[in-house]
Every structure is written in structure tokens, then in C-alpha cells.
Design a protein around this ligand. Sequence first.
Ligand code: NAD
Length: 495
Amino acid sequence: MLDPDRIEALRNQPQAPASHVIGGELRPASDGTVLEVISPIDGSLLTTVPKGTREDAEAAIAAARRAFDEGGWPEMAPAARKKILLKWADLIEANALELAVLGVRDNGTEIGMALKAEPMSAVATIRYYAEAIDKIGGEIAPTAPGNLGLVHKEPAGVVGAIVPWNFPLMIGAWKLGPALAAGCTVVLKPAETASLTLLRIAELALEAGLPAGVLNVVTGEGAVVGDAIARSMEVDVLVFTGSGATGRRLLEASAQSNMKRVYLELGGKSPNIVFADAPDLDEAVKVSANGIFRNSGQVCVAGSRLLVERSLHDAFVEKLSAFTETMKVGDPLDPAVSAGAVNSLRQLEQNLAFVEEARAQGRTIVTGGTRILQETGGYYMAPTIVTDVKPDDRIAREEVFGPVLAVLPFDTEDEAVAIANGTDYGLAAAVWTGNLSRAHRMIRRIRAGVVHVNTYGGSDLTVPLGGVKQSGNGHDKSLHAFEKYLDLKTAWIKL
Ligand code: NAD
């Protein structure tokens, strides 16, 4: 599918100014203003998207409300919703390479990863929830004779979905798939720097026969469009992936409006723990490097803290650094690159500031630490490994969200657990060991939503993804995701 000629043809395709998708129509911002879309590949102007106003958000919410209350989507037989969603997935698949290249031009992820993780992942997700929705039902409660207790599962209403820029289609589909299959209607707000593919799949949804107003996409600034969704009295459920700072604001907005349920998928500072008895060190090196440096570290579950047992530390760091230096960073539309561009200049500057702070504290920059390929006009950073890091350093506690790995040694299992659990986050973790008992002990002791053993980052749709502590609440993926979009209603009948 990664035909280089086709990719080259798509690379230069002009992009018309994009529009919101509201109530089944393509619309500009109510005041005609736009946001410039700058490609991180070379810093060029790719196109514009509407700079949404509060009125735009309110129009989209009103369209979603009408589609839910009067449009028939929630009342439709689940099998009928399934048919439309499957057609939508087919259309996304038919346009997968176009969507992948458009997404790469917009957000900078390397094309090999983007194709799999973006359109094709969205296709799989939409199919998974479409296929599931006519196979789950309510319950008959085990009451005493003389009564009948029925537990209905009803679509929860209008869903507000606010998503980030690192994997807009994958994360968007994790919300849209279960929400739409469940019979909810949605107002989705993409991130300022990655809106184009979500707008495009919303157009494809209309083509697939999704009724007007069931899916609305409004672009613009978080503090305007996102805030209007979060404060709306007409939105029943708010689902979010992004930073903790924004998550906190959304909880406040909910409390100050209609107390809508808020589900947060936030950041991480995930520990990747290598014991000296790891079964395959070369595999651990390769997977650990990919686990932090692919997509330039802009992955919520990235293994951004490497904890290595002291007896192995120096040898492991040496191998890791050698492997990392073989990773090709550059033009994300070149299928041979391992890591593409950093999403924005702001993010790149933030990444470099973390490294400079570590350098000033006397930490060792083993490799990387600099901006590269500046002559392209794009935003690229060399994969960076920092050693001599102390558990209290900012680089060991805060999410960089870039290609920066903090390495810390440990002596005992207890110390590894203490360091691993010593941040505000609890999203992902990994343990490399050949000792089965130790692996199970570590799975129990590490506070995280997922613990990998002898691998990093593997998963599929059958398992939930979500965090503990300040990494969030609620889960995307798996059948558990339906719990956010289906309300329980009891019917109690005297027989
Ligand atoms: P962000 O919080 O700045 O933005 C996320 C979204 O929220 C964007 O659409 C943005 O426009 C919107 N937003 C910003 N301010 C808002 C406000 N005041 N009200 C309403 N909406 C607002 O995060 P980001 O920089 O786009 O994304 C990176 C973060 O996302 C990282 O912290 C990363 O770890 C996290 N992330 C988490 C997961 C997960 O599954 N846990 C997945 C991917 C990314």
C-alpha cells in the first residue's frame, strides 16, 4: 500500500480551505475567520480550517441534539446502525492512503506508522463497534418472584469529543466508534494542528448515509470551541484525550454547567523496566527505542522513563544508543524513516527546553538533544537519551511528549517499583524479565492502566486503554468503551 509514486503525487496535492461539518453541511466559521494549517514537514502553509466560534459550537451541539431527540438515530435498530457504520468504514478504507498522506502533511507522523495507526486503525475500530452493537443487550435481574427487574442499556445522548493531534483518526475513532454504534450523536473538536483527516472522514460518513447532525466536526481553538462544548447544557457526556491541564478545565466546566459525565485519557510518564535477567537484550533494546522514538515520542503510552538494573545499565545504554543512532529521522513521507516531524514549533521548543534543563543540572546527553534538518523548514528533533537522571528531576516526572528518554538505574525490585510509581501518572509500563514470578509481582505492584511483559506498546482492540492516577479515568477500546455511551435504566415491574 506504501507506493512511493502515489505518495509523491499526494504529497503535493493542493488542499482547498476546509470547512466545519455541521448538521450535514459544510460550513465556514460564522465570522469567516480561519486558522492556518502549517505543515511540520517543511513549515509551509498547507491550507486553512475554520477558526470556530462559540456560535459554531452551539450550532453543532443543536444539530446533534436534534438528531438525537428527533432524528431517529438512537431508535434505529442496532443492525441498521451497523450497516451504515460498516459502509463508512469501507469508504475510509478505500481512501486510506489519501487520508494517511493528508494526516502526515498535517501532523508529521511517519507514513508507515500513520497508515496503520490512523485510517486503518479507524477502519478496524469502527467495524469492531458496528459489529458488536447488535450482540450486546440488557439484563433480567435475579429478583425474588413476584417482580421483574429489567436493566435497559440506552444511548447516553449528545457526546462532546475533544481529541489531540498525535493520532487524530485513531483516537477520534476510539470515541466515535462506540458512541455512534451505541446510538449517541456527537460533536467532535479536533486539535488545532490536526483537523484535516477528521473533517474528511466526517464527509465520508455523510456519503455512507449517516443522517445529518449525527456526527458534527467543529474546528478551532480549545479555549473557544472546546470550552463551549465543555460548558454546554445540551451535551450529556464529554470524552477527552489530551493533557492533564485541559482535563482539569473540563472537569471544572462540567461542574459549573450540567455536571455532564467527563471521561479523561491524559498523559503518561511510563516506566520501561529492564531487569538483568531479561530474556533477549537485543529485542529489549530495539523495542525500547521504538517504544519512545516512533512518532517522535508523541505517543501517550511512550516508554519515556527507562529503568535499568544497575549491573546491566552501562551495557544496555551503550547498545540502546548505538541502535538509536541507526534510526532514520526525517521527511515523514519517506517510507524508510523511523520518526517523522515533531507536530509544531511550539512542541519542538518545549522538548528542547526539557533537554537544556537536564543538561544544566549536569545530566548526560548520551545522544541527540538537538534540532536537526532545520534547512528543510520543518520541525525535527534527534532521538535523545539522557542518563544520570534522578527520580526527582523534572525530566523524570513530567511528560515531555517528544523523542526524549530519561534513563535511571535501580538496584532492587522494591526500588524499581518505588521509582516506577513515583510520578503523578499511571498510564503504561513494561517489565523485561525471564522470571515469571517477578513478572507477575511487578504487574500487581505497578500502578498503571497497562503493564507489558517482555515487549512494549503491544495491544489490540480487544483490550481496554486507560490510565489511573492523573493519567485519567474511563477506558477507550474493548467492549468496556460502551459503558461511557450507554446509560443503565431499570424497569421494575410488579407481576
Ligand atoms: P491539549 O490538552 O493541549 O489539547 C487536546 C485537545 O483539547 C485539543 O483539541 C485542544 O484544542 C483542546 N483544548 C485545549 N484547551 C482547551 C480548553 N480550555 N477547553 C476545551 N478544550 C481544550 O493536549 P495536546 O497537546 O493536543 O495533546 C497532547 C497530550 O495528550 C499529551 O499530554 C498526551 O499524553 C495526551 N494524550 C493522551 C492519550 C491517552 O490515551 N491517554 C492519547 C494521546 C495523547
